[in-house]
Design a protein around this ligand. Structure first.
Ligand code: ATP
Length: 473
């Protein structure tokens, strides 16, 4: 396995080695940079560990670079960061960590390179490359990380029970690396995750969600989501997702396992889009199914209204997982709420009115909604899949045709709520909403044409029914 560095990286590493030599300290590239370079993955940052003071080394390196980069540092952690051109470098003093059972925080003392490698989470993350002039470029691999890399294995360097109990976030990281790198977690390490899953409760939700999002952004998110489920971790921070699992049978009638269906939908979507929030919509599209599940005698299982229930669950789940509120949450909720609509259109006879409603409700997110719905087709029956896809194509074409004709996507009704308040000299009230919706519905349903005159005539008629009269009349 070889490492290929750019000229700029090489130049920078030589400078760092020379600067460290002046203070008679050693320094090494370590962790993710070494791992990713060996795997031929793109890297944008590097960690440097030194046997001296990390902050002092960062300042000394910055002094010889032109233009001099700013050094940001955290005295308490002994870490410093510089950004040189588009490359981020983190400096830290080598340290020895020891955990006590009565405290989550380890005791940290200065240590050797070996001590520092011992505190790393996985064998593939403990590799170091010397930047010192006597052995520049030499790899130190104390736990056979290279061999594990070649066999695509995630393995802790020490007893996995101790590794995970000391810092339970490492369980999420193991699963995240297995997903990103398409590696296998060795059975001994995975069993330890199972045994220690409950310890995840002491980790902040932000850090858990950070790892979860990295899993969601991977090429095949189902790998990690499945491991989270079978390890027992998922239950601790996302029970609503676990509730999708399982298939009940009554009177010989079953329903699909919605957890595994959802995993398939996410993977289908991940093949089409990198949009993290669209992937979240895929994860949550059926989240309302467990609470809306019913068994109808002689008919079978139903999940009526699960999209509405699901849309309502989105804000609570976003809050619980500390995902961003506002825009992203609204977008995901909207897609969850609308995810059955194109499917219904594909089944029913398509009316222009239904098309206009979908165009209006989905607005600028229509393409994403269609991508989600196509990903939702997970039947194993190829003929069925082909038929559904063809129906969706038909819906797409009709949507384009209706949009060209009626321009609904960014459409604003010809008379607004403000216009209505001025016209009838009324303050914001239920009546304003009734009149506004009445105009909107009539246009979307094709009852009146999309113009001011027709809207005004309808408005006056409806307002009179409500006992309202024009202010200037
Ligand atoms: P990525 O950049 O994709 O998140 P990374 O491995 O570079 O991957 P960082 O969080 O930047 O991840 O960590 C850098 C290195 O620090 C890791 O490679 C690992 O050696 C070590 N490390 C990070 N977090 C832990 C942890 N919780 N326990 C032990 N070692 C850790």
């Amino acid at each position: 396995m070889d490492i290929v560095c750019s000229q700029q990286e090489l130049h920078l590493f030589q400078i760092i080695g020379k600067v460290a030599a002046v203070t008679e300290t050693e320094c090494y590239l370590i962790g993710g940079f070494v791992r990713d370079k060996l795997l031929g993955r793109a890297t944008k940052d590097a960690d440097i560990v030194t046997t001296g003071d990390g902050i002092a080394l960062a300042h000394a390196v910055a002094d010889v670079l032109k233009p001099r980069p700013t050094v940001s540092f955290f005295k308490t952690f002994g870490t410093a960061h510089i950004r040189y051109r588009d490359f981020d470098i983190e400096f830290v003093g080598a340290r020895k960590e020891s955990y006590r059972t009565d405290s989550r925080k380890p005791d940290v003392t200065p240590g050797t390179l070996r001590d520092d490698q011992l505190r790393r989470d996985f064998t593939i993350n403990a590799l170091a490359i010397s930047l010192n002039s006597n052995d520049f470029g030499k790899l130190t691999d104390p736990f056979n990380g290279i061999a594990d890399m070649q066999e695509c294995l995630i393995k802790t360097p020490l007893d996995p029970d101790i590794t995970f109990s000391d810092d339970p976030l490492r369980m999420m990281r193991a699963i995240r690396f297995a997903t990103q790198l398409n590696f296998k977690i060795i059975p001994e390490t995975f069993e330890a995750i199972r045994r220690n899953a409950g310890r995840i409760k002491i980790i902040s939700q932000e850090r858990i969600t950070d790892e979860l999002n990295k899993i969601m952004a991977a090429k095949k998110p189902s790998v990690g989501l499945h491991l989270l489920y079978i390890s027992g971790l998922l239950e601790y921070f996302f029970p609503q997702f676990v509730a999708l699992a399982g298939a009940e049978t009554r009177e010989g009638r079953g329903h699909k396992d919605n957890f595994y269906h959802t995993l398939q939908v996410i993977d289908n979507l991940a093949e089409k889009s990198d949009n993290l929030w669209l992937r979240w919509a895929a994860l949550l599209h059926d989240i309302g199914k467990p609470p809306s599940k019913r068994y109808e005698e002689g008919h079978g299982w139903t999940f009526h209204g699960h999209e509405v229930v699901g849309e309502r669950m989105v804000p609570k789940i976003f809050k619980q997982l500390k995902l961003p509120q506002h825009d992203k949450m609204k977008y995901v909720g909207k897609l969850v709420g609308l995810h059955m609509r194109p499917t219904c259109l594909a089944k029913d006879e398509i009316t222009d009115s239904a098309m206009r409603r979908l165009l209006f409700d989905a607005g600028e997110d229509l393409e994403d909604l269609m991508t989600l719905c196509e990903s939702d087709i997970t039947s194993k029956n190829e003929a069925k899949v082909k038929r559904y896809m063809a129906n969706f194509e038909l819906v797409r074409q009709r949507l384009i045709a209706v949009e060209e004709k009626d321009k609904i996507r960014n459409w604003q009704p010809p008379i607004s709520g403000d216009d209505i308040m001025v016209m009838f000299n009324i303050t914001p009230s239920r009546e304003v909403g009734i009149l506004k919706n009445c105009i909107r519905d009539a246009i979307l349903d094709g009852i009146i044409p999309n113009n001011y005159e027709a809207a005004l005539a309808l408005l006056l008629e409806k307002a009179a029914e409500l006992g309202l009269h024009k202010a200037d009349a």
